[in-house]
Design a binder for this molecule. Structure first.
Ligand code: AMP
Length: 170
């Protein structure tokens, strides 16, 4: 099965010049979903994972499936002021300006083995900020994984200190 068949290109979304990678056909197909989940899990080669950290919002879909499959906790990383408990935050650069991401302070314990997940690795800013949050709380990043990587944006350079796996590369 070719997972690329379940990723739909949307030109000029959410703004002109962006080729948006729409994963909703993948989410809508149980067989493709199972296949993609297996590829991500197999890439870990049986390494123990305590927590899966998913980035808002499309990192939640497979992040949760991964956590369930790996018998690990799931931790949502969210945009500012969305999480109800005490948080830590990390900022990252956008095309124009900065944004930040937050995580609950009790989400990770010192020494937890963590899998960081998002749907797309583009410039790597999001993944880098998520890694910073994990490490602030003493988590050990086992892998950063993605459904797909836009390799021409060279995002992996920003998180090169960690093992990286992408199910699909463009
Ligand atoms: P970046 O921080 O540049 O690596 O961007 C990654 C985040 O932005 C991910 O959470 C993606 O969901 C989203 N993203 C970036 N580029 C795209 C794209 N071309 N299609 C879909 N989502 C994208």
């Amino acid at each position: 099965m070719n997972i690329k068949n379940y990723i739909r290109d949307i030109q000029d979304f959410p703004k002109e010049g962006i080729l948006f990678k729409d994963i909703t056909p993948l989410l809508n197909n149980p067989e493709a979903r199972t296949n993609c989940l297996k590829i991500l899990v197999d890439s870990l080669k049986g390494q123990k994972i305590d927590k899966v950290v998913g980035a808002e919002s499309r990192g939640f879909f497979f992040g949760m499936l991964l956590a369930q499959e790996l018998n690990a906790g799931f931790i949502p990383v969210r945009k500012p002021k969305k999480l109800p408990f005490e948080t830590i935050s990390a900022s990252y650069e956008l095309e124009y300006g900065f944004d930040s991401l937050e995580m609950h302070t009790d989400a990770i314990k010192n020494g937890d083995r963590v899998l960081v997940h998002d749907d797309v690795l583009a410039t790597g800013g999001t993944a880098k900020a998520v890694c910073e949050l994990v490490e602030k709380l003493g988590g050990e990043i086992v892998q950063c994984n993605f459904l797909m990587e836009l390799s021409f944006l060279n995002g992996r350079e920003k998180i090169k200190d960690h093992p990286i796996f992408s199910a699909i590369t463009y």
